[in-house]
Design a protein around this ligand. Sequence first.
Ligand SMILES: *Cc1c(COP(=O)(O)O)cnc(C)c1O
Length: 387
Amino acid sequence: MNIIGFNKPYLTGKETTYITDAVNSGKISGDGIFTKKCHAYFEEKYGFKKCLLTTSCTDALEMAAILINIQPGDEVIMPSFTFVSTSNAFILRGATIVFADSNATHPGMDEDSIESLITPKTKAIVPVHYAGVSCNMDKIMAIAHKHNLYVIEDAAQAIDAYYTGIDGIKKPLGSIGHLSAFSFHETKNIMCGEGGMLVINDEQFIKRAEIIREKGTNRSSFFRGEVDKYGWVDIGSSFLPSDIIAAFLYAQLEHLEEIQQKRLTIWNTYYNLLSPLAQKGYIKLPLITTGATNNAHMFYIVCKNLEERTALITHLKEKNINAVFHYLSLHKSPFYEHKHDGRELPMTDFYSDALLRLPMYYELSLGDIVRISDTIKEYFNESINIK
Ligand SMILES: *Cc1c(COP(=O)(O)O)cnc(C)c1O
């Protein structure tokens, strides 16, 4: 039986053509033709105020931490069930991370726990839209407004996902916080190998964001003819990607709708095939929260505990299927456990132990999905018979 991998990057076919075009244009450093095309695409399609491609989502988050002027001792609230980059960006500026627990019904951060974590030192909340499923942004924005905090959306997994709040307006994720960060890493829906984007919704940050992204210089203003020479005006780094990367990304953007449709079909097929197991109470299926849409970034199931998940991973592996676990609680990581304030985060630990991600990529066939689902069903029948 052929091996079903966990992820397989999908190519639309135009990537290398556009890369050749970028090379032939004679300008392959950052902010060339394709970078501009990508910026325009995102700003038009999603109404983002200002988009800036970066070399990764990690970099976009680092830019956000610089932009909101994180100082040593500042506190930043974020889920513990997330990727290290969400935290590192703020740690690098000297912040203390205050980890929030996950929800009982889904891995996203428990919005109701946020307010109790706020102190006079709190500077920002960083919601992570896990699996592209929106956090309750109404609650988060209201808390931020009340306590005068910044909201930075870690929208790494949230391309083409939306949130409809109590105002009834359907907003793209990434457009709600003051700043947002997207990822175009190979494992994401739309990708260019390594890549990311900072979205700036609060206009006060636009000018400085351009400077920080260009090594702390006002080179972007200079290229637009707004100043007659450019120089060192702020801190910064080299956060902008080569136009070759943007060329690859643009080829993907041209097929965004089709990619999203395909992924959604795969997701729904899994959901339908695995529903009987969920109904019998063996596993839990992903929850699409109130007001959220599904961008089919990930298909996961939630097992009863670590033991069961480990056994299921092994069972799938024996049948040549690669299913993987996800984040390990950051508050218990070797780097942070001694810095963490000691609060128990039981739901984070639970998802850390029990969540299992199934293969999810454009070229996954119906036959593959059936085989994976049947193998999971087979596992439960077997283990049920034994017990
Ligand atoms: C993928 C991911 C990142 C990091 O993205 P890169 O582009 O690889 O830097 C950050 N946060 C979350 C939640 C992610 O899923």
